[in-house]
Design a protein around this ligand. Structure first.
Ligand code: PXP
Length: 246
């Protein structure tokens, strides 16, 4: 990691949706300027820039990965599917982190965690290739103890727990139950010596609540930050989130 290793909870800002706005008119506009806004994000206090290179390249493009990795002076976290193509791209661009996510072409956004029992073999190969190059590996998982144990056996550096299901639950009992699952899985992850990260769907309210998980080291937040920034500006929005995390 480039900096802030000891900081309490790191803030990774996912800038995919800046690229979404650029692509929404069929890639005919050169605005918004992803790199300029990435720098604004860093000025606001982001500890990390997160980007997801999807198989269909619907927002972040290959050239964005090159430019972001080159221009960022904070860690870059490349979210990607567990494929040989993505492994090659990671090795070429050397982000500080890769976060391995499941990917379905038709989904609006990542819909759930990985099933490590399904991808064990290919994931093992990916980890063996990237870790010796100094790229740390986080795995995007639902809060499931069997998955956490498997992540440990595979040698993951961190688990990013999928908070999306918890965020969307409206029924207070079910919501509390899902939060308890997150807490328990985070504590198991921490006991095994892996870093606890979390993300998906986090707004101000849920960000404040998830900080009750004491082992938490990092949050990755995208959509809500880009939405709030229409009102407050990007730098100010990131700095408001940074304050909550401090
Ligand atoms: N973490 C992971 C692994 C993701 O796939 C995403 C969405 O790209 C995020 C965090 C950020 O989610 P959101 O945009 O809902 O804050």
């Amino acid at each position: 990691m480039k900096k802030n290793k000891e900081q309490k909870v790191r803030l990774g800002v996912n800038i995919d949706h800046i690229a979404t706005l650029r692509q929404v008119r069929g890639n005919t506009t050169s605005y918004p300027d992803l790199i300029h806004l990435m720098k604004e994000t860093i000025r606001g206090g982001a500890d990390q820039i997160t980007i997801h290179l999807r198989e269909d390249r619907r927002h972040i493009k290959d050239s964005d990965v090159v430019r972001v990795c080159h221009a960022s002076n904070v860690d870059v976290n490349l979210e990607m599917a567990c494929t040989e193509e993505m492994t090659r791209i990671a090795l070429k661009n050397n982000p500080e982190w890769v976060c391995i996510v499941p990917e379905k072409r038709a989904e609006l956004t990542t819909e759930g965690g990985l099933d490590l029992f399904q991808v064990e073999k290919s994931l093992g190969k990916l980890i063996d290739k990237v870790q010796p190059r100094g790229i740390e590996v986080s795995l995007f998982l639902d809060p499931d103890l069997n998955q956490v144990q498997k992540a440990f056996e595979l040698g993951a550096d961190a688990i990013e727990f999928h908070t999306g299901k918890w965020v969307l639950l409206k029924d207070s009992k079910k919501k509390q139950k899902e939060f308890e699952r997150l807490k328990q899985a985070a504590s198991f992850c921490d006991d095994l010596g892996m870093r606890v990260h979390a993300g998906h769907g986090l707004d101000f309210e849920h960000t404040k609540k998830i900080l009750e998980i004491k082992s938490l080291k990092e949050l990755n937040i995208g959509h809500s930050i880009i939405c709030y920034s229409l009102e407050w500006g990007l730098r100010e929005t990131v700095s408001r989130f940074r304050k909550i995390l401090s």
